[in-house]
Design a binder for this molecule. Sequence first.
Ligand code: PMP
Length: 364
Amino acid sequence: MTSPKPKESIMQIKPYVGGKSKADGAQRIIKLSSNENPWGPSPKAIAAFEAAAKNLHRYPDGGHMELRETLSKTHGFPENELICGSGSDELIGLLIHAFAGKGDEVLYSQYGFLMYKIYTLANEATPVTAPEKELHFDVDAMLAAVTPRTKILFIANPNNPTGTYIPFSEIKRLRAGLREDVILALDAAYAEYMDVNDYDTGHGLVKDTNTVVFHTFSKIFGLPALRLGWAHGPAAIIDAMNRIRSPFNVTAPALAAGVAALHDTAFVPQQREKNAIERKRVCDTLKQLGLGFVQSHTNFVLVHFGSTQKATEANQFLTQRGLIVRDTVAYGLPEYLRISFGTSEENNLLTQALNDFVASRNAA
Ligand code: PMP
């Protein structure tokens, strides 16, 4: 039988591989590979999820009314500028699907989030990368890479896997330097972790420019299992995305949990604080151990092990102890490992293991 041939651009896609969650032989698994919230979601979100279990025989609200209303009240954005999706991944895909096709270019930075490339190829558009400067997004390089065919420019701010950010003044300079019709897609998956004054998610740009901001409930809100994200953009862009999304793209338990999570207003600041404490503890240990790392503004840190071989050895060493971290080979950063921060107890085991790894290397 002759097999049907997928579109050529589909076969160029390297499938996304998520953070591992298994380590053969380890007694206990500590998952630090997917930038999850190790303390879990708001108990109010869990209660709402459980209550939604009683209505599984009904379709969800395809218009996401209650969640959009709650987002609108929480943030002050009009409801017709809001769209919800099965994770922000889906919304990133919908934006590219709606606006870029054959002959169009989608631009992102050298170490940009892998899904930008995957969705670009899936839509037969051309992925274009601009170099970064010392693992930071470089506005000038990005503007230099814009061509008449550029349709969308993505930036995750702060970025995954580097953990770096650029200040709002730079985002504004980028927007000002772009053609009006180029969509600036600001991926704010880790925005809630930010605690510096010169950072801004960029929602203010939506009113007068073609800018779309993406958010997720998968990170600080601790709900990745439910797959829930949202985006804020000009009504015309959101309308185009809505035309192609599947009618019931977000499940009812996810919508209910999202609404409850937003109502628990104390939750996010608490989590930000807890993460900042753990981030400092882990990074202080990295410093003491003489391991290089990229200053983190998120719930993970990119650690430099000096060579690909050492990073691979460190990864194996940690895995043997059940500590699962993320190699960044797929990002072109093979000398690094990306490590998410865990609970205090988990981070004790992590820092102990890193200490033992460095000691074993020094002894060798
Ligand atoms: N953007 C960035 C920068 C991310 O790191 C992630 C998750 N790895 C996402 C978007 C997608 O998150 P989700 O689909 O779970 O909302």
